[in-house]
Ligand binder design. Structure first.
Ligand code: ADP
Ligand code: MG
Ligand code: MG
Length: 211
C-alpha cells in the first residue's frame, strides 16, 4: 500500500509531537556542542506547521504537505537547521511531485532527494558529525529495502532504524561542520543534535505509516 495524504498529515502531527517531547533533550545535546537552541528552534517550527494543516486544499497530495512544511520551517526555525531542513522538505516535495500515493521506490527517492538537498546546502560529508550522518544511512537502507521489493511502510521502517544507528554513531566523531566544529576534538563524546532530530523525524514518518 502506498502512502497518501493521510499519512503525510499524520507524519507532520507526529513530528510536532515528537519534537515537543524531545525538546529538552535536543536543547541539551546542542548545549553540549553548540548554542543550545536546536530543540527550541525546531519546536517553534513544527508548532507553526500544525495550524497550516487546516488550510490544505481538498485533493492535496503528500508533496503539497511537504512543501508547506518546507516554507514554514524556512520562515520560523532559523539557525543552521532551518534552511537545511527547509531545503530537505522542499526537495522531498519536488521528488514526491503531484502523486496522490507513494510506493516503496517513491519513498526511497523522496528520502534521497531530501538528503541530497541537505548536502547541496550544507556541504557536509558522512562522518562530519551532522544530520547527514543520520540521513545518509537512512537513504541507503531505504534504497536497499525498496530494491528488495519492500513496501513504503517497510522502506520507512528501514530508514528510521538506520537513522537512529547513524545518530548514535555521531558520538565518537569530531565535528567538521557547523557550530560544533569550533570545538574540534572537544566535540567527541557527544551526539549531534541535528542527527538526533533527523532520526526522530524519520521514526515519526515510519510510525505514521505503520498505523
Ligand atoms: P545553529 O547551529 O545555527 O544554532 P541548530 O542548533 O538549529 O543551528 O542546528 C544544529 C545542527 O545543524 C547540527 O547539530 C547539525 O546536525 C546541523 N548542521 C550544521 N551545519 C551543517 C551542515 N553544514 N550540513 C549539515 N548539517 C549541519
Ligand atoms: Mg544551535
Ligand atoms: Mg543557533
Amino acid at each position: 500500500m502506498g502512502l497518501d495524504i493521510t499519512w503525510a498529515v499524520d507524519w507532520v502531527r507526529r513530528s510536532a509531537e515528537v519534537v515537543a517531547e524531545h525538546r529538552v533533550e535536543l536543547i541539551r545535546l546542542d548545549r553540549d556542542i553548540g548554542d543550545g537552541d536546536h530543540g527550541e528552534n525546531l519546536d517553534r517550527g513544527f508548532e507553526a506547521v500544525i495550524p497550516k494543516l487546516d488550510d490544505l486544499a481538498a485533493g492535496s497530495t503528500p508533496g503539497d504537505v511537504l512543501k508547506m512544511v518546507a516554507m514554514t520551517l524556512i520562515s520560523t526555525v532559523g539557525g543552521a537547521a532551518g534552511p537545511l531542513y527547509g531545503t530537505a522538505y522542499l526537495k522531498a516535495a519536488a521528488a514526491a511531485g503531484s502523486d496522490a500515493s507513494l510506493d516503496g521506490p517513491a519513498v526511497a527517492r523522496v528520502l534521497e532527494a531530501a538528503r541530497d538537498g541537505i548536502v547541496a546546502r550544507g556541504k557536509a560529508e558522512v562522518g562530519d558529525k551532522t544530520m547527514i550522518d543520520a540521513w545518509s544511512p537512512a537513504v541507503e537502507a531505504a534504497a536497499a529495502a525498496a530494491e528488495a521489493g519492500a513496501d513504503a511502510t517497510a522502506v520507512l521502517a528501514a530508514a528510521a532504524s538506520a537513522a537512529a544507528s547513524g545518530a548514535e554513531a555521531t558520538e565518537p566523531l569530531v565535528a567538521r561542520k557547523g557550530r560544533a566544529s569550533y570545538l574540534g576534538e572537544r566535540s567527541v563524546g557527544h551526539r549531534d543534535p541535528g542527527a538526533q532530530s533527523s532520526a526522530l523525524l524519520l521514526q515519526a514518518a515510519a510510525d505514521a505509516a505503520s498505523e
